[in-house]
Design a protein around this ligand. Structure first.
Ligand code: UD1
Ligand code: UDP
Length: 373
């Protein structure tokens, strides 16, 4: 019997950890599972926990309005300490590149617990892009015992950096496990405003933007491009789920509210959001997770960033890195609106990020490492 602690804090942490928690729960005779949430996100995390039916054993409830990175770090470390001391996990499982991820791996290290890192090895090698995620992920790698690389490129990065090959497992990304577990469920939009907006004819463009390096002018420029795009095409309709971060909302609402073919909504739960992606003609996003999901659903995605640590979809031809310049976004999006062949070429569905079996491989690797039979 081993004690496995999973730690999530934000929306993407929970979506990507959920398949691993569910997989571990299938082996109660071998795994004592301790599900910790830092609550770095409150509403957006709780939505995901309820979609997957997950109950935290410990909820550290650290979120504050407009929290700084330092405040997140202080509260998370302070509140993780007694939980680590009490539960003494054999391994602490973290995912990705959020503050919660790095802080939980640091706390695990202080308590001499092994660390298992989901979505290990993604890199831009640009210290401040994405900020702070690039360094959160690299610092987590330094503290990790078992690296779960989602793709060959991620594994190669870790090998190049000198991590031991026998500690690196090529697993695929659990985001695809999560997506495939919900994507085919029949779904009707419950939000009346959204349902009637989607019932109108036209091509729907789904937009999300929240990254810190895009706060301010770059986000304003994205908003201008969205407005110009909808104005250019009579049949274009944009749905923009606006991140709950007030720094994002202060830019997006004034720039885009009041347009009859642009719908600004609070971030939908995961199930409606997946169905929004399925209904979209085109996706504009700076999200990491959405970049991974869109190709699996056969939706062309324009990535609103200067760099990406997820080059696989760009290489596969399903995604294009367009940055945040208004003119560039408008011209690339217009090309896809006008040119059917270009659109078709980008909407070949591909799964460069996984095959839906990542959680099983991760669980098997943990069992193998601890010689659990
Ligand atoms: C965080 C992650 C980022 C990830 C993103 C996913 C860090 C440093 N950043 O960024 O890597 O891509 O989550 O969405 O870990 N808020 C709410 N309710 C919520 C969530 C957020 O009100 O459910 C508001 C709060 O005012 C909070 C603010 O958003 O202070 C910022 O949240 P925070 O977790 O610090 O950063 P994100 O920008 O969301
Ligand atoms: N997502 C969601 N509702 C939304 C926007 C995104 O459920 O309104 C999901 C999306 O399907 C993906 C994850 O949240 O799985 C991505 O999270 P986010 O964009 O916040 O973070 P990132 O992936 O950039 O770290």
């Amino acid at each position: 019997m081993i004690t496995v602690m999973t730690v999530c804090g934000t929306r993407p942490d929970a979506i990507k950890m959920a398949p691993v928690i569910l997989e571990m729960q299938r082996h109660p005779e071998r795994v004592h599972l301790v599900n910790v949430v830092t609550g770095q996100h409150r509403q957006m995390l709780d939505q995901v926990l309820s979609v997957f039916g997950l109950e935290p054993d410990y909820d550290l409830n650290i979120m504050q309005d407009r929290q700084s990175l330092t405040q997140v770090a202080l509260r998370a470390l302070e509140r993780l300490e007694p939980v680590m001391a009490e539960t003494k996990p054999d391994i602490v499982m973290v995912q990705g590149d959020t503050a919660t991820t790095f802080l939980a791996s640091l706390s695990a290290f202080y308590h001499k617990c092994s660390v298992g890192h989901l979505e290990a090895g993604l890199r831009t090698y640009q210290k401040y892009d994405p900020f702070p995620e690039e360094m959160m992920r690299r610092l987590t790698s330094a503290l990790t015992d078992l690296h779960f690389a989602p793709t060959g490129a991620a594994r190669d990065n870790l090998l190049k950096e000198g991590f031991a090959p026998e500690r690196i497992y090529l697993t695929g990304n659990t985001v695809i496990d999560a997506l495939l577990s919900v994507a085919d469920r029949p779904y009707t939009f419950e939000d009346g405003r959204l349902a009637s907006f989607l019932a109108e004819p036209g091509r729907m463009i789904l937009v999300t933007a929240h990254r810190r390096e895009n706060w301010g002018d770059r986000m304003a420029s994205v908003c201008k491009a969205v407005r110009a795009l909808v104005d250019r095409y009579d049949d274009a309709r944009a749905v923009f789920p606006v991140h709950l971060n007030p720094v994002v909302r202060e830019v997006v609402f004034p720039a885009l509210e009041g347009h009859d073919r642009i719908l600004l909504i609070d971030p939908p739960d995961y199930l409606p959001f997946v169905n929004l992606m399925k209904s979209a003609h085109l996706i504009l996003t700076d999200s990491g997770g959405v970049q991974e999901e869109a190709p699996a659903l056969g939706k062309p995605v324009l990535v609103l960033r200067q760099t990406t640590e997820r080059p696989e979809a760009v290489t596969a031809g399903c995604a294009l890195l367009v940055g945040t310049d208004e003119k560039r976004i408008l011209s690339e999006a217009s090309r896809l609106m006008d040119d059917e062949a270009a659109y078709r070429a980008m909407s070949q569905s591909a799964n460069p990020y996984g095959d839906g079996q990542a959680a099983r491989r991760i669980r098997e690797a943990v069992f193998e490492h601890f010689e659990v039979s």
